[in-house]
Design a protein around this ligand. Structure first.
Ligand code: URA
Ligand code: SF4
Length: 207
């Protein structure tokens, strides 16, 4: 099976050590076509860890999570919900950009959802980030992040906007839609307001 496990540093590495080791990860085939590993970023002991799916085109080029269009939506929604960005750590279930090039659509790299083998392979990095950051609340953005953290029975439509316990750990989980889903929605404003309202529930839980 694919796994990042052999690439993890030993001992109790902090975020810089993890980031450096992840840069050399070859735990699954996704490292081959992507530009670089996009490790999580943000406050080392953030109260809120936001979990996306995988880096997109911009993130792959710049090496940082949520710097593209979805990131703009997320930043605005966090602000509107009253969550301090300095209190957040942002990362993805999968650390390399998965894409395909569809010749009819030009040279653009089209995002492709990671499969369970890839999310499972990459999970040791997320577990290490959770151990170091030790957030109070994990916000899962969309179905891929939810399934990576909570298992394949996770359904964002059923479980969004409520505090869910995370088995075996102290943190709570709040699920919401992925900010990219806001950009794709027929009714963008309604989708965006849904995201903000789920994040407000996170802000309330933080107190
Ligand atoms: N979408 C994600 O899930 N993560 C990113 O970092 C950017 C877009
Ligand atoms: Fe390693 Fe994750 Fe990249 Fe796969 S996607 S090579 S497991 S960092």
């Amino acid at each position: 099976a694919y796994t990042a496990e052999p690439f993890l540093p030993g001992g109790r590495a902090g975020l810089p050590g993890l980031r450096e080791a992840a840069a050399g990860c070859r735990g699954c085939p996704l490292h081959r076509d992507a530009t670089q590993t996009v490790f999580g970023a943000g406050a080392a002991h953030a109260r809120v860890l936001l979990l996306g799916e995988q880096p997109g085109d911009q993130e792959d080029r710049q090496g940082r999570p949520f710097v593209g269009p979805a990131g703009k939506v997320l930043t605005r929604a966090l602000d509107e919900a009253g969550i301090d960005p300095d209190d957040t750590y942002v990362t993805n279930a999968v650390k390399h950009f998965k894409f395909e090039i569809v010749p009819e659509r030009g040279k653009r790299r089209i995002h492709k959802a990671p499969n369970v083998r890839e999310t499972a392979a990459c999970k040791p990095w997320l577990d290490a980030e959770l151990r170091v950051v030790d957030p109070e609340i994990i916000v899962v953005l969309g179905a891929t992040a939810g399934k990576a953290l909570l298992g394949s029975s996770f359904r964002v439509t059923k479980q969004r906007g409520m505090l869910l316990p995370l088995e075996g750990r102290g943190e709570s989980v709040v699920a919401t839609i992925h900010p990219s889903a806001v950009l794709r929605a027929d009714n963008r404003e309604a989708a965006y307001q849904g995201l903000v309202s789920d994040l407000r529930m996170v802000a309330r839980a933080l107190g």
